[in-house]
Design a protein around this ligand. Structure first.
Ligand code: GLU
Length: 504
């Protein structure tokens, strides 16, 4: 069997949606599982939808996810160029359109956009197809006499080239996920293959490029399933069905209200794009999973499981484990529901599982954005690891660890007051004196001295730990209280106790 080659073929039109990343991921996992190549091809033939910066953004997202293409416009390769606009410049597509015309599988259509608009007004649900192409005044090389067609072409009349969908046939394809899928040709319109400016449409370009790039398997979203019969016919006419890649149309990712959309994100407060996307056309910024505080390991793990499972109880997978275990037979055909709470669970697990290297830079940036300068990186990392199992998203490191760097602004005095007594107050006053004398400021010394004084005062140490925590942290959270005291130092510990005693 020839080497497996898959492609992700995005159009650079905007942010990279969850579903898009999952398509990348399944392509990638499938290829790597089979020792194959993963190619990124930029499908930029629709110049009206082109958005500046979108291509670079796609590569940034892939890089963040740890998915490195083997071939792409940035990585090079033997089958380039990898941007369709550049391929068009090399005249790659025209010859195939001409071949289709010559063999009667395509035809010229001279109708102007205004003429088509008029027809659409007269015929509701008008489609350029076998029912209408030779009637209703449509001007094309099937409806017009041959000499008129030659005249129009000679005069330089603009035209598009459309596929000539045959009448009354069934077009079938074998989808790796859905099995056999069939379409009646009468339902399919004569899609434009080459536009008036000589630019191929997606339909022609995708088939030609999948062929020339020797793509063996193609995973794409199920929104492309209705176009699949057009592609099958083009494969049949141009290259032979035996050369056609195997298709897999991936089920939709569902949000709380049907198909997961960018608007769902805004509505329910979760990200939908991989990384922050700033749309230069609308000046709108949409938050990404990265900036929300997800780890890339968690992100690809949760996406892999949106539509696939390993058939075991295992939920946490490294990229290597996914590559090893991924199989197309375990991808389901039904829509996969995106559950943000579950997504956060994955991230929490990955924060616990990963070392501080995975998040320290992003965490440091958050501290610094909040005016805290980190001077001792080693200490910062120790603190991050102390609170890691309390963090779900990276910004949680700030709320969970800020008290290591800054005196709490407010104290949860209500948590202390109901059980606050004169004896406890005396304890803490004496505790200050004792702390002043401690030379060896270490966890064990602090803990031993605390217990000693508590015993002397006849109070259970456990009853004193909560007020001590509130004094240092401000609330009922954080790692063991002596760990905190040891980290913030003598002066700061004493200052916080004094300050709290005035408030309780
Ligand atoms: N350019 C198409 C898109 O933006 C690719 C579809 C396909 O993979 O065939 O989704």
């Amino acid at each position: 069997m020839s080497k497996v080659r898959v492609r992700f073929a995005p159009s650079p039109t905007g942010g990279l949606h969850l579903g898009g990343v999952r398509t990348v991921l399944y392509n990638y996992l499938f290829a790597k599982n089979k020792g194959g190549d993963f190619i990124v091809r930029i499908e930029d033939t629709d110049q009206t939808r082109f958005v500046d910066g979108a291509e670079q953004y796609i590569f940034d997202c892939l890089k963040w996810c740890g998915i490195e293409p083997d071939e792409s416009p940035l990585h090079g390769g033997n089958y380039g160029p990898y941007r369709q606009s550049e391929r068009k410049e090399q005249g790659i597509y025209q010859q195939y359109a001409d071949q289709l015309i010559k063999e009667g599988h395509a035809y010229y259509a001279f109708d102007t956009p205004e003429e088509l608009e008029q027809i659409r007004k007269k015929i509701p649900n008008f489609q350029y197809n076998q029912h209408y192409r030779v009637a209703f005044g449509l001007r094309n090389s099937l409806s017009l006499p041959e000499n008129e067609v030659s005249n129009l072409i000679e005069k330089g009349t603009p035209y598009v080239i459309r596929i000539n969908i045959p009448k009354d046939i069934i077009i079938s394809l074998k989808d790796m996920i859905r099995g056999e899928v069939s379409f009646d040709s009468w339902q399919i319109d004569d899609k434009v293959l080459l536009k008036a400016d000589g630019m191929p449409t997606y339909h022609l370009a995708v088939v030609v490029d999948d062929y020339l790039m020797k793509i063996t398997h193609a995973f794409r979203g199920e929104e492309w399933l209705p176009s699949a019969p057009v592609h099958v016919l083009l494969w049949k006419y141009l290259f032979g069905l035996d050369k056609m890649p195997e298709w897999a149309h991936l089920p939709l990712i569902l949000g709380p209200s049907g198909k997961l959309s960018k608007r769902d994100g805004a509505k329910y407060g979760f990200p939908v794009f991989a990384m922050n996307w700033f749309d230069p056309k609308t000046n709108e910024l949409t938050e990404g999973f990265k900036e929300k505080g997800f780890l890339p390991e968690a992100f690809i793990n949760l996406l892999a499981l949106l539509g696939w499972n390993a058939g075991t109880e295992q939920e946490l997978f490294t990229k290597e484990e996914l590559i090893e275990q991924f199989s197309i037979d375990r991808v389901h055909s039904g829509g996969a529901k995106f559950d943000y709470e579950k997504a956060k669970w994955f991230n929490h697990e990955w924060i616990k599982k990963s070392g501080t290297d995975s998040y320290k830079l992003q965490a440091k940036a958050i501290f610094e954005a909040n005016g805290i300068t980190i001077t001792d990186d080693a200490k910062f990392e120790t603190i991050l690891s102390l609170v890691a199992d309390r963090c779900t998203l990276i910004p949680d490191f700030y709320t969970q660890a800020i008290f290591f760097f800054k005196t709490p602004e407010t104290l949860d005095a209500d948590a202390v007051k109901p059980k606050w007594t004169e004896e406890k107050k005396i304890f803490f006053t004496e505790w200050i004196d004792k702390l002043q004398l401690i030379g060896n400021w270490e966890l064990v010394t602090l803990e031993d001295n605390f217990k000693e004084l508590a015993t002397a005062k006849n109070i259970k140490p456990g009853e004193l730990q909560l007020p001590f925590r509130i004094m240092l942290v401000g609330g009922k959270f954080g790692p063991p209280v002596f760990v905190i005291a040891a980290a913030i130092g003598k002066e700061e510990t004493i200052k916080r106790i004094k300050n709290a005693l005035q408030q309780f």
